[in-house]
Write a protein that binds this ligand. Structure first.
Ligand code: FPP
Length: 244
């Protein structure tokens, strides 16, 4: 019997390079604490690691990079830390957008951007519009994002669109998610030694290879990204089928 073709399920690229890498950037707080610094210092260094990682993704020919910058649960952190993270994201966008655009990066934002207020929300809208035709790398920023909330929102959209139960398939349902049109991640990385998926891309990581690395996010860069890709290349992906 021939193998069923599920077009939304990722296939390994012949080059061994993952098409889509998703990252849970963890460990900023511990990085700062180890140095006797305030947590915001860890987040600031984390923003520098974001910059290095985007460059590494471009250099390796990765086409999609999704970064978990703020979870829907992060609102439970003290107000000053939320304010610091909001400030950093705004600052990052203002400082980096021109260069990202020049490099051919297309920005997409998933999650409830409105919760960060009008200014950041509108700047993100504008950044998405400005970079919409870029094709080198699609950078997906997940902010105020939660996987379960996303799935519930998609179910609501499907119902509002009048989908009949028999029309609802894995493929059609994917089209109602905020990641509609994007391939599923091939590789999910979480830094800092924590081994959880923390409500990140729950639907989309069904067949992702998962890599937990021990380093803290602010120390992440080109070498760590290359090592992760090497690890990925050594894995055998079967998607539930028998090895070939
Ligand atoms: C997890 O570390 C990291 C976050 C909650 C935020 C991620 C934010 C950045 C990388 C910087 C800003 C982002 C952009 C896009 C410019 P943690 O604080 O949970 O660390 P801990 O587990 O060691 O306390």
């Amino acid at each position: 019997m021939s193998e069923p073709v599920l077009s939304h399920v990722p296939r390994r690229d012949a080059s061994g390079v993952p098409r889509h890498v998703a990252i849970i950037m963890d460990g900023n707080g511990r990085w700062a604490k180890a140095r006797g610094l305030p947590r915001v210092a860890g987040h600031r260094e984390g923003a520098k690691a974001v910059r290095r990682t985007i460059q590494a993704a471009i250099d390796h020919g990765v086409q999609y990079l999704t970064l978990f910058a703020f979870s829907s649960e992060n609102w439970q952190r003290p107000a000053d830390e939320v304010a610091d993270l909001t400030f950093l994201m705004k600052h990052y966008l203002r400082n980096e957008l021109a260069e990202l655009h020049e490099k051919g990066v297309k920005l997409l934002v998933i999650g409830e951007r409105e919760r960060f207020g009008d200014t950041l929300s509108k700047e993100l809208d504008a950044a998405e519009r400005k970079t919409a035709n870029n094709a080198k790398l699609t950078l997906v920023m997940a902010i105020s994002y939660g996987g379960r909330a996303e799935i519930v929102a998609a179910a609501r959209r499907a119902m509002l669109a009048g989908m009949a139960p028999e029309e609802l398939t894995e493929q059609s349902f994917s089209g109602f998610l905020s990641t509609s049109g994007l391939p599923d991640p091939d590789l999910l990385i979480r830094t800092s030694g924590e081994q959880r998926v923390s409500n990140f891309l729950l639907w989309q990581i069904a067949y992702a290879e998962i890599l937990f690395t021990s380093g803290l996010w602010p120390d992440f860069g080109g070498a760590e990204f290359a090592a992760a890709l090497e690890n990925y290349a050594s894995r055998e992906r079967r998607f539930g089928a028998r090895p070939v």
